[in-house]
Design a protein around this ligand. Structure first.
Ligand SMILES: NC(=O)C1=CN([C@@H]2O[C@H](COP(=O)(O)OP(=O)(O)OC[C@H]3O[C@@H](n4cnc5c(N)ncnc54)[C@H](OP(=O)(O)O)[C@@H]3O)[C@@H](O)[C@H]2O)C=CC1
Ligand SMILES: O=C([O-])CC(=O)C(=O)O
Length: 271
């Protein structure tokens, strides 16, 4: 049975572990790692079937078949190269880290050299399948518009750097407009989806992103528009935010669970 190690025991990590524990994913939950040991213990205590071992990153990488990163962009830079060097397959949630071209090339080269797979779930958006298909021909434009309740954007470097007072925003306000390469740095915990869209489509410089704070919203809304030789594609998802981490939508965790099921299934549906 596939041994899974989860790095990051927050909302997404917790949902993945619970899905494995319930038998929704036919794999063994072998190890956990988090910067906070109490978070590991709390998650382990909530499980019924598995009692994964709390490990350091180095121990975890030596002991599992598939490493799941659901921690932070910083963690991707630290962990994913080591995991691939150790010959492990890796699922990455903090995809925004791949806006760094040097890191991206390194990870893709290491995956190839070591015959490993890198998985990037669709996350909190719909339409990655369509972008993948469309990219087999010419794509002329890709735009992501993300709308979140203002406090869902709290702590973002862009918000801090500009001194934006989120609590005083009274109407829909455009906070950022620019290429995905900049968006994922400006909002590292909010628009990782922009990175996944960039990887599937026309890259981090040509993918355009708008981030809007809207106090009228209670959901995280992601809209994608793609135009190309295939025609035009538009998707819109109104995501319920996680009650534990309002920056993250529930669908993002479900997409990780669904990707795990796909990895383990002999039947592959969709692009
Ligand atoms: N691809 C996508 O569509 C989406 C991606 N994401 C991204 O996925 C990641 C996980 O999201 P979520 O579960 O909501 O986040 P949470 O903040 O709920 O959980 C992340 C956990 O990982 C821990 N952590 C961070 N860095 C490290 C590290 N280097 N080593 C060990 N543990 C670490 C955190 O600890 P501490 O709090 O102490 O830092 C925290 O406990 C985030 O980067 C998020 O931005 C989220 C939504 C959608
Ligand atoms: O969960 C979401 O709505 C999207 C998100 O935070 C991200 O892509 O980083």
């Amino acid at each position: 049975m596939l041994k899974i190690g989860v790095i990051g025991c927050g909302f997404i990590g917790g949902q993945i572990c619970k899905a494995i524990d319930k038998g929704i994913i036919d794999a063994e939950l072998y190890a956990l790692c988090d910067s906070s040991e109490s978070r590991v213990q709390e998650l382990t205590a909530s499980l019924k079937k598995y009692s994964p071992t709390s490990m350091t990153i180095e121990e975890l990488l030596q002991n599992v078949d598939l490493v799941i990163e659901c921690a932070s962009q910083k963690a991707v830079r630290l962990i994913v190269p080591q995991a691939l060097e150790a010959g492990r397959n890796v699922m990455v949630m903090s995809v925004g880290a791949l806006a760094d071209e040097e890191l991206r090339e390194r990870l893709f080269t290491l995956a190839k050299q070591n015959n490993c797979k890198l998985y990037f779930p669709s996350g909190a958006v719909a339409g990655i399948d369509g972008i993948n298909s469309a990219s087999a021909a010419e794509i002329s434009s890709v735009t992501l518009t993300t709308r979140k309740p203002p406090m869902g954007l709290a702590g973002a470097p862009h918000v801090k750097a500009l001194g934006i007072k989120l609590e005083t925003i009274e109407k829909e306000t455009l906070l950022f407009e620019g290429p995905a390469a900049e968006a994922v740095k400006a909002f590292p915990a909010n628009v990782n989806v922009a990175a996944t869209i960039s990887l599937a489509g026309i890259g981090f410089e040509r993918t355009k992103v708008r981030v809007i704070a809207d106090p009228a919203l209670s959901r995280n809304v992601h809209e994608i528009t793609v135009e190309g030789e295939f025609g035009k594609l538009s998707t819109r998802v109104e995501n319920l935010p996680s009650p534990e981490n309002p920056k993250t939508s529930y669908l993002a965790a479900l997409s990780a669970i669904s990707t795990l099921k796909k990895i383990l299934s002999p039947v592959q549906i969709g692009t």
